[in-house]
Design a protein around this ligand. Structure first.
Ligand SMILES: Cc1cc2nc3c(=O)[nH]c(=O)nc-3n(C[C@H](O)[C@H](O)[C@H](O)COP(=O)(O)OP(=O)(O)OC[C@H]3O[C@@H](n4cnc5c(N)ncnc54)[C@H](O)[C@@H]3O)c2cc1C
Length: 312
């Protein structure tokens, strides 16, 4: 990258915790899959987890008593804004024009192929167009008569008041989907799965909030004393098989890269590179080929719900 930003993880690792024998089996499979793919994840015992997270609920009546889980010592939380700005600066240095506050309002199609876009700031002509508008992608490609199997859901996040350091690794509970880490400022940042009902509203609903907060307090009862500072929701674009869609759509020269759901931050560097390959060459890279829209015609779906549903 052309500019150095602080995107370092401030946590000393990440754990996916299990509280039933069935989840321990899932954790074992995840750790094995990681190792088979050269990733240094490993199984962690319940005792190790309790040493690492001393505030974990170990009481007799604990509903989600930690039995152990998967540990990845290089995992943590990257600063998403720093990453996005780092990419933007580097792209700008390489000669990419970035036009801010510019909304695509229509597609220009001539002789059956894409010829550009109409925006609120004027016309941009191009013989190849990539649409990476997440939940707005279906609406944009609909301008060319194409339909996408994508639904939008709210995904919420929460921040508590700041407290002294008490959690120096990221914890995600397999059973509840609730995850939590402590920010450099001392706030607890936590969240969980998507809201149940599809929506375009960026608010989030109370039942999901209750489930996520209940999960957090079962894990760490002392956090119940904290005040919550803020909560927000973003809209995530979800595909039925929970995998992204990368490939051509509609008129010749139009491409999409969307459907990243709750896991697109970590995946977009690779996804963006694959879209660039597709636009430059007019054909898939072998990695993006299975993610083409045609999988909904051939039936070769890529069911990644377990991997991408709530993986933060
Ligand atoms: C609360 C929350 C927590 C999350 N946590 C994680 C996490 O821990 N790890 C992880 O990997 N992912 C996480 N995600 C998911 C991640 O943010 C998304 O998967 C990712 O941002 C998708 O990237 P994208 O580039 O496809 O779309 P986006 O980042 O949504 O970008 C789409 C862009 O298109 C623009 N746009 C829309 N319509 C138009 C138009 N008509 N014309 C021009 N531009 C348009 C939008 O303004 C936007 O800038 C989280 C999401 C939320 C909401």
């Amino acid at each position: 990258m052309g500019v150095t930003y602080n995107i370092m993880f401030s946590q000393r690792g990440m754990m996916m915790a299990a509280h039933t024998p069935g989840q321990m089996e899932t954790a074992t499979r995840i750790a094995n899959a990681m190792q088979l793919n050269g990733v240094d994840g490993r199984l962690m015992s319940g005792t190790e987890a309790q040493n690492l997270f001393p505030l974990l609920n170990t009481s007799e009546g604990a509903r989600y008593k930690c039995m152990g889980g998967v540990w990845q010592g290089r995992g943590g939380v990257a600063r998403h804004d720093a990453v996005a700005w780092g990419y933007a600066r580097a792209a700008s240095d390489l000669g990419v024009d970035i036009i801010e506050n510019c909304m695509v309002e229509d597609l220009i199609i001539q002789d059956g192929r894409i010829a550009g876009v109409e925006t609120n700031r004027g016309t941009i002509r191009a013989d190849r167009v990539g649409v990476t508008a997440a939940g707005a992608t279906p609406g944009i490609v609909a301008l060319a008569g194409a339909e996408l199997p994508i639904l939008n859901y709210a995904l919420q996040a929460f921040v508590s008041e700041p407290v002294k350091p008490c959690l120096d690794a990221v914890l995600l509970y397999l059973g509840t989907g609730t995850y939590v880490h402590q920010s450099d400022k001392g706030e607890l940042v936590f969240g969980g799965g998507i809201d149940r009902v599809p929506t375009h509203g960026q608010r989030g609903n109370l039942p999901a909030q209750e489930a996520i907060i209940a999960g957090l307090l079962e894990m760490f009862p002392p956090f119940g004393q904290l005040k919550m500072l803020r909560q927000w929701a973003g809209v995530v674009d979800v595909v039925p098989d929970s995998s992204p869609v990368i490939g051509p759509v509609g008129p010749e020269g139009l491409y999409i890269n969307c459907g990243w759901g709750t896991g697109g931050f970590k995946a977009i560097p690779a996804g963006g590179w694959l879209l660039a390959h597709l636009i430059a060459n007019g054909e898939h890279h072998e990695i993006s080929r299975p993610f083409d829209l045609d999988r909904f015609v051939t039936g070769r779906l890529i069911d990644e719900a377990a991997g991408s549903g709530i993986s933060h």
